[in-house]
Design a protein around this ligand. Structure first.
Ligand code: PXL
Length: 276
């Protein structure tokens, strides 16, 4: 059985970070070990959330893991809340990630704006963490902060996307993936670049009418799971994109669905079937 480690927060309500990474990766038949970076009552899109920082626990957790001789097939970083946590994620890669699959999801921004609490300095340090990764999966907003480029919401073309991917690869990540790409009305998907092969890959699904919070973390968890199961980049991109679409479809089919996250739980049977 494969085993991975993931480092991100626990948002007690909000269906993101560890509360989705853990069930999704486990459902894919992979053991998920976690380093919780903070406990929040909800994710930061809600007003008045509580926040308890766990930075002080991270080094002791890693020390104990080293003492026990634990090893992982891959490491996945999600939402990290401070420069110190970025440094600790870097140490996690150095101590447990050599020769393993590393995914950095540079969770920090969307819709042209950084999330609450982040600034350009954080984005610059995130760019350094991306250098250590095999795969990174920014959306276009995150890419614009990583690259110091203006954010373009729509009207970009394929040449723009490819140039952004080449610039992301120049940061050091071998295979950058841009999420939330739309080059044709009604279609939304991902565009990836393999810098070693100098090849591009794109995959789209129907763009559904509502956008939900937390889908990025569900997508990244399923993508990482696919990679760890040895499905390769292209198939893992298809699996993750199809799964998120199924999650959104099931959510929209429920008349009184919640608005803060998708029904990823009900789509787990689909995911399990999809990976065979
Ligand atoms: O990746 C989304 C996410 C995770 N964790 C926390 C967040 C967010 C997005 O806002 O606030 C705490």
């Amino acid at each position: 059985m494969k085993r991975i480690a993931t480092i991100q927060d626990i948002s007690c309500v909000g269906k993101c970070s560890l509360t989705v990474a853990l069930p999704v990766i486990s459902a894919m038949g992979i053991e998920a070990s976690v380093i919780p970076t903070a406990v929040l009552s909800t994710h930061t899109m809600f007003q008045g959330f509580t926040f308890h920082d766990l930075t002080g626990e991270i080094r002791p957790i890693m020390n104990h893991w080293k003492q026990e001789g634990f090893a992982f097939d891959g490491i996945y970083t999600g939402y990290l809340g401070s420069l110190e946590q970025l440094d600790l994620a870097h140490q996690l890669f150095q101590e447990f990630g050599r020769g393993k699959t590393i995914l950095v999801d540079p969770c920090m921004a969307d819709n042209g704006k950084l999330y609450y609490g982040f600034d350009q300095k954080f984005a610059d340090r995130m760019a350094l963490l991306c250098r250590e990764a095999d795969y990174i999966c920014p959306n276009l907003t995150e890419a614009s902060f990583l690259l110091h480029q203006p954010y373009i919401e729509s009207g970009y073309d394929e040449a723009y996307v490819q140039a952004a991917l080449r610039s992301l690869a120049a940061l050091g990540a071998r295979r950058p993936v841009l999420t939330g790409i739309s080059l044709e009305p009604g279609k939304l998907g991902v565009y990836a670049y393999d810098s070693e092969q100098d090849s591009f890959f794109q995959y789209y699904d129907d763009e559904l009418p509502t956008h939900f919070h937390g889908t990025g973390d569900i997508w990244a968890s399923a993508f990482f799971g696919g990679l760890i199961l040895g499905r390769g980049m292209e198939e893992s991109l298809r699996i993750a994109t199809d799964y998120v679409c199924e999650c959104i479809r099931l959510t929209l089919a429920e008349p009184h669905h919640n608005v803060y996250g998708v029904n990823f739980e009900q789509a787990i049977p689909y995911l399990v079937k999809r990976i065979g």
